[in-house]
Design a protein around this ligand. Structure first.
Ligand SMILES: *Cc1c(COP(=O)(O)O)cnc(C)c1O
Length: 375
């Protein structure tokens, strides 16, 4: 029997080797490796334009963009957020001494349900931290109307929404701040990296200082900052990858279409919804498996794919509110839709270079679970 071809859930996009070599040559000439050098400035300007942001600050990763944004906004008290997200979102709240208040998600988009937000607001609430899950866009209008009514800040975890536009507006233009991740596994990467997009000039000054230990001047440290500066090599990778990101997204669209050809309309499967006015980035291909209607549950499909050498991911599972780190403190049952989705979801391999023949093979394996259920 021949070795089965291994397929991972994602594959980092890289520019041609020579292109990166050219990009980093000036770093050798100048010996300027980090601390907001010329590559940092060039990427900042390029991303500001691409994301449609008025202002943008780069960070060493997406997590620090979120964590330092919450610090820069000088928040205190409770933050209404979703448990259906990556560890980072919840940790950023807790690491700022803030309290996450978990709110349920919409069954269609898996994003924070605006109809459930207001009942969670107390006099301690200071902000809402929603997530554009899998690039599905939050109901920004409803969320921001609630925030205005109650005087709350809105910080989007936009780590899945790089390059998307909603009604022609860039993903970097929503809320008080929208935070992005440029981790190796994302649609656009700087190896590790992230950014915060916002409008207020004063907020930008605070973020700039907070990512550099709170240093205000040569002899003044005015805040308890962290070290979260993007270095020149990461910025250079970003400059190269930004030239190719539209091409990457176009290839992902083909992969998405191929998956849909096999999987849409299959009873018991739920795919990402169509959202009016949304230009997608095809960052992930999540499928919900309803065990009754499909005839096999998520874990069975996961195991069948693993058997075939295909790495799918239970993303996001478990809910952050169910982490052992918080044992007992939060009740995942309070967000029943999020709990169900976390138990039913599997993200299938998705990257520009994924071969369509491999998509066919992955879908065959998925659909075979249904026929062979119980076998
Ligand atoms: C990737 C990701 C983060 C964290 O970004 P890093 O760059 O890995 O620190 C935060 N939230 C979500 C939803 C993510 O997908």
């Amino acid at each position: 029997m021949s070795e089965k071809k291994q397929i991972l859930v994602t594959r980092s996009s890289l520019p041609p080797f020579g292109e990166y070599m050219e990009e980093i040559r000036p770093i050798w000439d100048s010996h300027w490796l980090t601390n907001m050098g010329p590559k940092h400035r060039e990427l900042q300007e390029g991303l500001q334009a691409y994301l449609g942001a008025e202002r943008l600050e780069l960070f060493t990763n997406g997590h620090m963009a979120i964590e330092l944004t919450l610090q820069a906004l000088e928040l205190e008290g409770e933050v209404i957020t979703t448990p259906f997200t990556f560890a980072s979102t919840t940790h950023a709240i807790l690491r700022n001494g803030l309290e996450p208040v978990f709110c349920d998600i919409e069954p269609g988009t898996y994003t924070l349900d605006p109809a459930k937000i207001e009942e969670r607001i107390t006099e301690k609430t200071c902000a809402i931290l929603p997530v554009h899950v899998y690039g599905n866009f939050c109901d920004t209008e409803a969320i921001e109307a609630i925030a205005r009514r109650h005087g709350l800040k809105v910080v989007y975890d936009a780590c899945h929404a790089f390059g998307e536009t909603k009604d022609g507006k860039g993903a970097g233009t929503f809320g008080d701040v929208s935070c992005f991740s440029f981790h190796a596994t994302k649609v656009f990467n700087t190896i590790e990296g992230g950014a915060a997009c916002f409008r207020e000039e004063e907020l930008g000054r605070r973020l700039y200082e907070l990512k550099n230990f709170g240093i205000h001047g040569p002899e003044e440290v005015s805040a308890v900052g962290a070290n979260a500066k993007m270095n020149e090599f990461c910025a250079a990778m970003g400059i190269c990858n930004l030239r190719h990101v539209e091409e990457e997204i176009a290839k992902r669209e083909q992969v998405d279409a191929r998956y849909r050809k096999h999987l849409s309309g299959v009873p018991g499967l739920t795919l990402n919804p169509d959202q009016a006015g949304l230009k997608r980035n095809y960052s992930y291909f999540p499928v919900l498996f309803d065990p009754e209607a499909f005839g096999a549950d998520r874990d069975e499909v996961f195991a069948a794919l693993a058997e075939e050498g295909v790495g799918a991911r239970k993303y996001f599972y478990p809910l952050t509110s169910a982490y052992s780190a918080f044992r007992g403190k939060y009740d995942p049952e309070e967000t029943p839709t999020a709990l169900r989705v976390s138990r039913q979801v599997l993200t299938l391999p998705m990257y520009g270079e994924l071969e369509l023949a491999d998509v066919d093979r992955i879908c065959e394996t998925v659909l075979r679970c249904r026929e062979g259920a119980g076998a």
